[in-house]
Design a protein around this ligand. Structure first.
Ligand SMILES: Cc1ncc(COP(=O)(O)O)c(C=O)c1O
Length: 473
């Protein structure tokens, strides 16, 4: 392959033809170019002529809808319609959805291989932020000596708010107790592992908890979860992970890496739908219940904010006053989860069961490497050679230190012009003002041609934006 060959569309077509996972794209609804622009939802929706799919590279924000979702949701609605309350306990010969009472458990079982968990280390429940609070209620137990929480300065705002409020809730002052790891320089926002470890060292003796992202939402950096977790534990510190951008994106081995807890949402790479029900992981050593013996209420277990859905299923409907948790992550549940939302998640997990995270990661690395190659030294036919690129990739160049997403920082003042061009071409990405675009080829449904088309339009648009701003337009 000559270096210019990769800029020909035929090359992307060739890569797609060699892709062992190419059949999975047909299991998703990719928003069409016409639908993206349409002002009505239903008019023309039963189009006889299929119009062209958009270039959807935004699975890091909201994943595409699996075609199986409406079928699964309809199964659930039918069970509710035909069985009413009995649907909680009833299973059917022609449908493999569990009764409403056990459906969260069914989804948790399907999720375990995706995050590398043992049976019972995953619960499907609540939202990411609510789960973070529930986990901190259990794992952030500050005392006079150890009371700090370390997180990164550029953590997702919801994580900041959650941490701040937990610190205040325990009577401490976030100004002193909230330690943020800031990037070493503004131009390189990724945090090296050594830098993270040394930041931990500085506060180790006074820190009660560390919260970090598996994949950082802004830079796309994939942190070394195993190494950082081991380092935290060597200092006797609990560590939890926000996996919003990691789950379904990179291979995870949460049990083996000895992670204390993790939380995630299921609407990004997990394609369960906007605001869909979230997940959490609790290592089995923290989920154990030590029974004191018959006829005693002295069972011991990790303290938590309890609710009836975390209670022993066999006695749940006896309406007793004594909380006896389910062993494992499900013992951290609080209320009755929406089985409608869980069903939507199961529809997505059905697709994950047709492949493996190892296969998906392999394709993802190839897609993202191709995207990077096309962006760093663009030579698209018919386009002028770009002498100085008006953008820089801020995601780490090492494929092991990133997931699917590349974050590209444009020179100041170019973003709005570039966004208009991308929209004209029906390319869906996500921007972070003032100057960053985040592009995430999702291996379940994106193609090498999607990547090629984005790179061609984006490089031309950024050059055009540069010329326009230089001319004072
Ligand atoms: C990294 C990260 N953390 C937390 C959240 C908040 O998630 P939720 O609103 O589902 O609680 C998000 C949402 O996008 C996120 O990207």
């Amino acid at each position: 392959m000559s270096s210019s060959e990769i800029f020909a569309r035929e090359y992307a077509v060739h890569l797609d033809s060699q892709d062992p996972l190419k059949h999975l794209r047909s299991l998703f609804i990719i928003p069409s170019k016409t639908d993206l622009k349409a002002k009505c939802l239903f008019k023309n929706s039963e189009r006889e002529v299929q119009d062209e799919p958009s270039i959807y590279l935004c699975g890091n924000s909201l994943g595409c809808q699996p075609k199986g979702t409406s079928q699964r949701v309809s199964e659930h609605l039918t069970a509710w319609a035909k069985k009413g309350v009995l649907g909680h306990f009833t299973t059917h010969h022609d449908c493999d959805l569990a009764g409403f009472l056990d459906i969260d458990h069914q989804a948790a079982n399907m999720m375990e291989p995706i995050v590398g968990a043992l049976p019972d280390e995953v619960a499907i429940m609540e939202s990411l932020t609510a789960n973070l609070h529930l986990m901190m209620a259990s794992f952030y137990r500050p005392n006079k000596r150890r009371y700090k929480i370390i997180l990164e300065g550029k953590a997702f705002p919801s994580d900041h708010y959650a941490v701040q409020s937990q610190i205040k809730h325990h009577g401490f002052d976030p100004k002193e107790a909230m330690i943020t790891i800031e990037p070493e320089t503004e131009s390189t926002p990724a945090l090296s592992t050594e830098y993270i470890l040394s930041s931990i060292d500085q506060h180790a003796s006074t820190t009660a908890l560390i919260l970090l992202p598996g994949v950082q939402y802004y830079t796309g950096q994939y942190l070394d979860i195993r190494k950082i977790t081991a380092h935290a534990h060597a200092h006797g510190i609990m560590i939890g992970w926000d996996l919003a951008h990691a789950v379904g994106n990179v291979e995870l081995s949460l049990h083996e890496w000895d992670v204390d807890f993790a939380v995630w949402c299921n609407y990004k790479y997990l394609n369960a739908g906007p605001g869909s029900i979230a997940g959490l992981f609790v290592h089995d050593r923290h989920g154990q219940i030590h029974h004191a013996g018959p006829n005693t209420t002295k069972d011991t277990y990790r303290p938590r904010l309890a609710g009836w859905w975390g209670g022993d299923k066999s006695i749940r409907f006896q309406m007793g006053r004594e909380f006896v948790p389910i062993p494992g992550a499900q013992g951290f549940q609080v209320g009755n989860p929406s089985s409608l939302a869980v069903t939507s998640l199961i529809a997505s997990l059905d697709v994950f069961q047709k492949t493996s995270m190892a296969q998906l990661r392999k394709k993802s690395m190839a897609l993202t490497r191709y995207l990077e190659q096309l962006l760093v030294d663009p030579h698209f036919e018919g386009e002028e050679a770009v002498l100085t690129l008006p953008y820089k990739i801020i995601t780490p160049a090492d494929p092991a230190s990133r997931g699917a997403q590349l974050s590209v920082r444009l020179n100041p003042g170019l973003l709005d012009i570039v966004l208009v061009e991308l929209e004209h071409a029906s390319i869906v990405i996500d921007e972070r003002k003032p100057d960053v675009v985040r592009v995430a080829p999702a291996p379940l449904y994106n193609t090498f041609q999607d990547v090629w088309e984005f790179a061609r339009v984006f490089t031309a648009a950024s050059v055009k934006a540069l010329a326009e701003t230089a001319n004072g337009h």
